[in-house]
Design a protein around this ligand. Structure first.
Ligand code: DC
Length: 214
C-alpha cells in the first residue's frame, strides 16, 4: 500500500520482448513519473566494451565501463541493436558490474515523488520495498514474433527461428545466472501478455496501482 503523499515507486520486471518496457513508459506518462529502463545501463556497458574491442567476459574491464556510465546520457536509439542486447546479457553476469549499476539505479529510484524502473531484478534486488511490483511475461514464441516483426518493421532482415533461439538463450542466461537472476518477486503482480494487448495490460496495471494508493 502506498501512503498518501508517499513516493509512488513502481518496479517492473520481465524477460526480453515481454512488453515490460512499453508498459513502463505508459505507466510513467500516466502518473507523471520519471522512468529508468535499467536494461539501457547494461546495454551501455556492453556497447562501450564492444566499441573498445574488449572481451565481454573480462570482469575488470566491464567494471571500469560500468563505473563510467552516466544515467543522464543513456541514448535508447544508439543502444537498441539486437547484438547489444545479447552482449548486455553477457556483461550482466558480472557481480561487480551489477553492484555498480544497482547503486546508480537506486539513486534514480529514490526520487521524492516516486519513479518507474523496469528491468530483470527491480522487484527482487534494486527496489525490494517498492509498494507496487509487476512481472510481465509472454511465451518465448510470442516474444520472438514481436522481436522479429519489429526488426522487419525497421527495415532489417531476420529469421524467426534464429530470433526464437536467441530469446530462449537470453532467458536461460538471465534466469540462470548466480547473481540476481530474473525471477518474479514473491509480491509481484503477474501480467502474461501472450494473448493480451498492451492496452489491456496497461488497464490491468492501472487498476492495481490505483487500488494500492490510499
Ligand atoms: O531489457 P533489455 O533487453 O534491454 O536488457 C538487456 C540485458 O541486460 C538483459 O538480457 C539482461 C541485462 N539486464 C539485467 O541483468 N538486469 C536488469 N535490471 C536489466 C537488464
Amino acid at each position: 500500500m502506498i501512503v498518501a503523499g508517499g513516493p509512488l515507486l513502481i518496479a517492473i520486471d520481465g524477460p526480453a520482448a515481454s512488453g515490460k518496457g512499453t508498459l513502463a513508459r505508459l505507466i510513467a506518462a500516466h502518473y507523471d513519473l520519471p522512468h529508468l529502463d535499467t536494461g539501457l545501463t547494461y546495454r551501455a556497458v556492453a556497447q562501450a566494451m564492444l566499441a573498445a574491442g574488449l572481451d565481454l567476459d573480462n570482469a575488470g574491464a566491464a567494471l571500469a565501463a560500468a563505473e563510467a556510465i552516466d544515467l543522464a546520457a543513456l541514448d535508447r536509439s544508439a543502444l537498441s541493436a539486437h547484438a547489444v542486447g545479447e552482449a548486455a546479457s553477457r556483461v550482466a553476469v558480472h557481480p561487480a558490474v551489477r553492484r555498480i549499476l544497482v547503486e546508480k539505479q537506486r539513486g534514480f529510484a529514490a526520487q521524492p515523488g516516486g519513479s518507474v524502473l523496469d528491468g530483470r531484478d527491480i522487484g527482487t534486488v534494486v527496489c525490494p520495498d517498492a509498494p507496487v511490483k509487476f512481472y510481465v511475461t509472454a511465451s518465448p514464441e510470442v516474444r520472438a514474433r514481436r522481436r522479429h516483426d519489429e526488426i522487419l518493421h525497421n527495415g532489417g532482415t531476420a529469421q524467426f527461428d534464429t530470433i526464437l533461439a536467441d530469446v530462449i538463450r537470453r532467458d536461460a542466461r538471465d534466469m540462470g545466472r548466480a547473481d540476481s537472476p530474473l525471477r518474479p518477486a514473491a509480491d509481484a503482480h503477474l501480467l502474461d501478455t501472450s494473448a493480451m494487448t498492451i492496452e489491456a495490460a496497461f488497464r490491468a496495471a492501472r487498476s492495481i496501482i490505483d487500488q494500492a494508493r490510499v
